[in-house]
Ligand binder design. Structure first.
Ligand code: GLV
Ligand code: MG
Length: 309
């Protein structure tokens, strides 16, 4: 397994309906870190078959720059999954980074996809392990099993929260995806997001927040994205071009935080060197910094460098 890359930038993950060649074309020019071409809920049952071919064509002939290219297949409880995977990976595996598996309920579902991918890679002569997996947690069973799911395959790159299906699955009293349900005075998503984040981090995976459906409410999007970013999430789905720039901004550190993080790293490197007297801690202005500060600074500096600071 060599190709799986858990460090790809995924601040903005753009949903693109696989059934719509015009959207498949337009998505190529947007500054999203990742695109996922959708065969699941954005495609009506009768167009799923043709959408597979539109997606293969768009992956092979489109100009996607250095975006991470993902296809979301249908979940294993349908009859579409195997043919989605076979058509897309046989047809365009060379130009594809990951398969996104929705509504994952247990580790076996990830393992089944892993086995199928291995067979296809061997058959068509791709490097075994080239195609990564992104797992969506979208119901109570998936969340209860998220630790095992996150450890199920070396192909896994991210765990994704799917709020729309999740809210429906637990009977949450709200119809506005991503917004707080009325009547509950705190953040109704805190437990779910933290549960997913812990499972992801314990397995060195990225954690991605799902969609915010009110695409004409940029302030609402910024607020919800900001909450996930503050917890440590790596990025969020975007459904509309207007959300892309906001996500890229919210999931990048501010210039000020980035500069501060680099200063901490420099000060710590100096303090622990011979010139600095091999010290374990140092002062940076009024702030005492040590090995734990270095780790925190590395997270911010890493995100900033990836964002091109
Ligand atoms: C995404 O798939 C969601 O259900 O929110
Ligand atoms: Mg969903």
């Amino acid at each position: 397994m060599t190709s799986v890359n858990r460090l790809r930038p995924r601040r903005s993950c753009l949903a693109v309906p696989g059934s719509n060649p015009r959207f498949l074309e337009k998505a190529q020019g947007l500054p999203a870190d990742q695109v996922f071409l959708d065969l699941e809920d954005a495609c009506a049952p009768l167009v799923k078959e043709s959408a597979r071919h539109h997606i293969v064509d768009a992956l092979n002939n489109g100009d996607w720059g250095n975006k991470t290219k993902v296809v979301r297949v249908n979940d294993w409880t349908t009859h579409w999954t195997y043919r989605d995977v076979i058509t897309v990976v046989e047809g365009a595996g060379q130009n594809l980074d990951c398969i996104m598996l929705p509504k994952v309920q247990d580790a076996e579902q990830v393992k089944a996809l892993d086995l199928l991918l291995t067979q296809i890679e061997k058959t068509v002569g791709l490097e075994v392990g080239k195609i990564g997996i992104e797992a969506q947690i979208e119901n109570a069973k998936g969340l209860v099993n998220v630790d095992a799911i996150a450890a199920a395959s070396p192909r896994l790159e991210t765990i994704i929260f799917g709020p729309a299906d999740f809210m429906a699955s637990i009977n949450m009293k709200s119809l506005v995806v991503g917004e707080q349900p009325p009547g509950y005075p705190a953040d109704a998503y805190h437990y779910i997001l933290m549960r997913i984040l812990m499972a992801a981090r314990a397995n060195d995976l990225q954690a991605i927040d799902g969609p915010y459906l009110q695409i004409r409410n940029p302030d609402g999007f910024r607020e919800v994205a900001g909450r996930a970013a503050a917890l440590g999430f790596d990025g969020k789905w975007v459904l509309h071009p207007d959300q892309v720039g906001i996500a890229n901004e919210v999931f990048s550190p501010s210039q000020e935080d980035y500069d501060h993080a680099e200063l901490i790293l420099d000060a710590y490197t100096w303090a622990t060197s011979e010139a600095g007297g091999f010290k374990g801690s140092a002062m940076l202005g009024d702030e005492m910094i040590d090995e734990a500060s270095r780790k925190m600074a590395l997270v911010i500096a890493g995100k900033g460098r990836a964002a091109g600071f």
